[in-house]
Design a protein around this ligand. Structure first.
Ligand SMILES: [Zn+2]
Ligand SMILES: [Zn+2]
Length: 253
């Protein structure tokens, strides 16, 4: 399985528009973070987790020519705002499968009514095949995917386990019985926003505590704010098996 980090930034991305914070002004490419998303590939299959406002550019940058589906964690704009840009895939491949909690599907139907329209549909609009994700395993081709339920402040959010890889973002609290689903996984990706606590995201300490509980072979941090600091400096301070993800990083599991 190959995982490509398409984006590793928090909701505004890094740099933030108009910001003169030193991290936003950094020349290090690892300090440039598009909105969070990963490409997960195995056999001949390619799935994207979330498709935020940078989706089009991320697909061009990763030279991604086909996708087998989009899996959503939750409905915040930094995770869904690129849905219209599945059009090139739709024109080439036909209807695109999407996977999400029923509340997230309802939110997408509201935001993108024209995509879900059944009457007088504009021919340029893409069509999706909706798959409702419940908190139980589901199949993507031959692979069983295990949803991991968590809370993002008051909002429910799904992380996902694909074999030996688990991807959790926008988490603030995860119950022990959900942590059991990903214990000792080879590679864990989890969100770490900044040093200061935040009402709906793990800060760095909370992410590191969470990683200890999960006990993965390796962990990568994502959904990073400029307030966490320079990539190069922060990474030196992390435990041996914990790394900061950066855009375009590829890992093989
Ligand atoms: Zn987010
Ligand atoms: Zn969010």
């Amino acid at each position: 399985m190959k995982v490509t980090f398409l984006g590793t930034g928090t909701s505004q991305g890094v740099p933030i528009i108009g910001s003169d914070h030193p991290v936003c002004l950094s020349k290090d490419p690892k300090d440039k973070r598009l909105r969070v998303s990963v490409l997960v590939e195995w056999d001949d299959y390619t799935y994207v987790i979330d498709c935020g406002p940078d989706f089009r550019y991320q697909m061009l940058r990763a030279e991604c020519k086909r996708i087998d589906g989009v899996i959503f964690t939750h409905e915040h704009a930094d995770h869904v705002a690129g849905l219209d840009d599945i059009r090139p895939f739709y024109f080439r491949q036909g209807d695109i499968p999407i996977y999400a909690h029923k509340r997230v599907l309802r939110s997408l139907i509201k935001k993108y009514d024209y995509i879900f329209a059944t009457k007088n549909k504009y021919p340029g609009a893409p069509t999706v095949i909706t798959n409702r994700v419940k908190n139980k395993p589901f199949q993507l081709k031959e692979l069983e995917v295990i949803p991991v339920n968590g809370k993002h402040g008051d909002l429910q959010v799904f992380g996902y386990r694909f074999g030996d890889f688990a991807y959790l973002t926008d988490m603030k609290t995860v119950k022990d019985k959900e942590i059991e689903k990903i214990k000792n996984v080879k590679v864990l990706v989890v969100n770490a926003l900044r040093y200061e606590p935040h009402y709906s995201h793990f800060n760095l300490d909370e992410a590191l505590d969470f990683i200890k509980k999960v006990n993965p072979g390796k962990a990568y941090l994502t959904h990073i704010s400029h307030l966490l600091g320079f990539h190069e400096e922060v990474e030196k301070t992390l435990p041996e098996n914990v790394f900061l993800a950066h855009d375009e990083l590829q890992i093989t599991i």
